[in-house]
Design a protein around this ligand. Structure first.
Ligand SMILES: [Mn+2]
Length: 331
């Protein structure tokens, strides 16, 4: 599905004096670290601006130079010579910008196996654990053309990108090349200590409250191998919490000894009869197959779906019943 090589992509960028970089909604460390890593590398060579349709979570502000609003309005009459996307498998993943920039995107750089060729030139390397790895290699190509510089600031952003998508080099997608690139980024001056602290060793007071609610309220089934937790609007309101505060709770459930399937069921703010399901599995349980029962899908170990019910209790009952009838009532 590649119709351009990375060195040719570098040549395209090297000719430009201004580019616009699109990122995906629900922004993560990889899409932001990739975009800002490229921006910092191009500083002094090419003006690069970044847009994201969603607000940047506080915990990732260290990547965006403190900015939480990356909407295009702030750029005024900026008219880039080139438009590219990083870490975006499909147009709709850019939110409103997906429609606005449809047909106008020159270059897509991504690492997701299944995606659309929505750009004029598409470069996808699904062996890369993070888009940040591709951007690292792109910057090396640009350096060879005298069109970029891998500065410490750039290296820090790229390290955040690779670290994010590999779960701090622990997920199964982590490969030798991820480690080699991380080593090169350290040599280039990446502040790995700061990235590790911000991504993994700090939690807001609200996140701690969300974790406490999870541990108190989770439903342990099937001899402890299936654990389900429902995040309700009432719970969020009573405790002053947002959906983001619950972002890490599924990993806490998954980490409990003996758990083969961790499930969260989150009531939607704008539609209290709609519930978003997330699953993480291990062993011979396939999260994507289970989520297929709930209009969803994803990866074997991480997937999502949707269920409609009159109340959180009835949503949870439906989800647990369907799961257990599929995988068996006993572990
Ligand atoms: Mn990614």
């Amino acid at each position: 599905m590649n119709n351009i090589r990375l060195d040719a992509a570098a040549s395209l960028i090297a000719e430009k004096r201004s580019i616009l970089i699109l990122t995906h909604i629900h922004p993560d460390g990889d899409t932001l670290g990739s975009a800002f890593g490229l921006k910092w590398a191009l500083e002094g060579f090419c003006r690069a601006e970044i847009i994201c349709a969603d607000t940047i979570p506080d915990r990732l502000k260290f990547i965006t130079d403190g900015q939480t609003d990356l909407r295009e309005e702030r750029l005024g009459d900026f008219s880039p010579e080139m438009i590219m996307s990083v870490d975006v498998a499909e147009l709709h993943l850019m939110g409103t910008y997906g429609g606005n920039y449809s047909g106008a995107i020159d270059l897509k750089l991504d690492h997701h196996r299944d995606g659309a060729e929505y750009a004029r030139y598409n470069y996808v390397d699904s062996s890369a654990a993070a888009a940040g790895e591709i951007i690292y290699r792109l910057i090396r190509e640009l350096e060879a053309l005298g069109a970029a510089k891998l500065t410490p600031k750039c290296a820090t952003a790229l390290f955040a990108a690779v670290s994010s998508d590999t779960g701090s080099f622990r997920f199964t997608n982590t490969n030798a090349e991820s480690m080699r690139i991380a080593a090169s980024l350290m040599e280039a001056g990446a502040d790995t200590e700061d990235v590790n602290r911000r991504l993994y060793e700090s939690k807001s007071a609200n996140e701690i409250v969300a974790q406490k609610l999870t541990l108190n309220g989770m439903n342990v089934c099937r001899g402890g191998s299936v654990v389900v937790f429902s995040i309700t609007n009432k719970m969020k309101k009573e405790n002053g919490l947002a959906d983001d505060d619950f972002g890490g709770v599924i990993d806490i459930i998954r980490a409990i000894d003996g758990v083969d399937l961790a499930v969260t069921i989150r009531q939607m703010d704008d539609d209290p009869e709609k519930f978003r399901i997330s699953m993480r599995s291990s062993g011979d349980i396939y999260a994507n197959r289970l989520c297929a029962m709930f209009e969803g899908g994803g990866h074997a170990r991480a997937a999502g779906g949707t269920v409609y019910a009159e109340s959180p209790e009835s949503a949870e009952y439906t989800v647990i019943s369907k799961i257990l009838s599929e995988i068996g009532y006993e572990a």
